[in-house]
Design a protein around this ligand. Structure first.
Ligand code: ARG
Length: 261
C-alpha cells in the first residue's frame, strides 16, 4: 500500500476524475489508514511504499505490478502522468528478492489482472479495452506460466478489470456483467457458474473493487446491497469508507497490491 499524502485530482484519465472537485488529502489519508488498520486487524502483513511528490495516483498501488507464485510481472502505465510509479514498485520487489519480470507491453498490474489459484488449476483473468493492451495478456501468460483468459471491458466507467470483477475466494468471483462485452459475459458465465453477480448500483458504488481473504471481504461502505449479497453467499463483508479516494476513480482494491508467495 502507499499513503495518499500526495493524493490530488490534477488530471482526468478516467470518467470519475474531475479536476474542479476539491480533494481533501488529509481526509484521504485518514480513510486510507482505516483500510490499512482493517487489513492488519484481519491478520495481514502490510508493506508500505514511500509516496512520491508529483505522483497523485500512487495511492492506487494495485496498478504497479501483478504477482503470481512469487513471480512479479511489472506494470507499464498507459498514461505518462503515472509512468514513474512503475519504478517504485519494481524497486520494492527487487529489494525484497522477488523474481521480477519487466514488461514490454502496456499493462496496469492488478488493475487489469486477477488470479484464481484453485480455478482450473490456477487461472489468470485479464481485462483489456481501456488501459492494459491485449499483447500484455500473452506476455503475462509467458511470464507467469498460467493460462490467461482475456475479457473485454466496454464501459469507460469501469476502465480497469478490478472495478468490475474481483476474486472472493481461490476459485470464485463476483462481477458486474454490464462492464463486459456480450462474448466476455458468456465466458465468465461458463467459467464461473456460481459467481456472485452484481448490479449497476453495486458497481457504481465501487463495490466490485474489493479484496477478500476467502471469508472476509473488505469493500467500499457505500456498496450496501453487494455486502448483503456476499453475506447471503456465506462471506463476511467488512465495509470501509473511502469516499475521498473515489474522486480519483478507485476504492479498496485499487489501494492494495497483493503479494502472492
Ligand atoms: N486515477 C487512477 C487512474 O485512473 C485510478 C486507478 C485506480 N486503480 C485501480 N486499480 N482501478 O489510473
Amino acid at each position: 500500500m502507499c499513503s495518499p499524502e500526495h493524493f490530488a485530482v490534477e488530471y482526468a484519465i478516467n470518467p470519475w476524475m474531475d479536476v474542479t472537485t476539491p480533494v481533501d488529502a488529509e481526509l484521504a489519508v485518514k480513510q486510507w489508514d482505516r483500510l490499512r488498520e482493517t487489513l492488519v486487524g484481519l491478520g495481514h502483513d502490510v508493506y508500505l511504499l514511500t509516496p512520491g511528490a508529483g505522483l497523485p495516483d500512487m495511492v492506487f498501488a494495485a496498478n504497479g505490478a501483478f504477482v503470481v507464485d512469487g513471480t512479479v510481472y511489472g506494470a507499464r502505465f498507459k498514461h505518462e502522468q503515472r509512468t514513474a510509479e512503475a519504478a517504485a514498485h519494481r524497486a520494492f520487489y527487487e529489494s525484497q528478492g522477488w523474481r521480477f519480470i519487466a514488461p514490454s507491453e502496456t499493462n496496469e498490474g492488478e488493475g487489469d489482472f486477477a488470479y484464481l489459484p484453485d480455478a482450473h488449476g490456477g487461472l489468470i483473468l485479464a481485462g483489456h479495452g481501456f488501459r492494459t493492451e491485449l499483447p500484455a495478456h500473452a506476455e503475462a501468460q509467458e511470464a507467469l506460466g498460467r493460462p490467461v483468459v482475456s475479457l473485454r471491458l466496454v464501459d469507460p466507467r469501469f476502465y480497469h478489470l478490478d472495478v468490475a470483477l474481483a476474486s472472493i475466494d481461490d476459485s470464485n468471483v463476483v462481477y458486474y456483467p454490464g462492464a463486459f462485452s456480450a462474448a466476455s459475459q458468456r465466458v465468465l458465465a461458463q467459467l464461473f457458474p456460481d459467481a456472485v453477480v452484481a448490479d449497476d448500483s453495486d458497481a457504481l458504488a465501487f463495490g466490485l473493487n474489493l479484496v477478500s481473504d476467502g471469508l472476509n471481504v473488505v469493500l467500499n461502505s457505500e456498496a450496501t446491497r453487494l455486502a448483503g449479497k456476499l453475506k447471503a453467499a456465506g462471506y463476511h463483508p467488512v465495509p470501509v469508507e473511502l469516499a475521498e479516494l473515489k474522486k480519483g476513480g478507485g476504492s479498496v482494491k485499487c489501494c492494495i497490491a497483493e503479494l502472492r508467495h
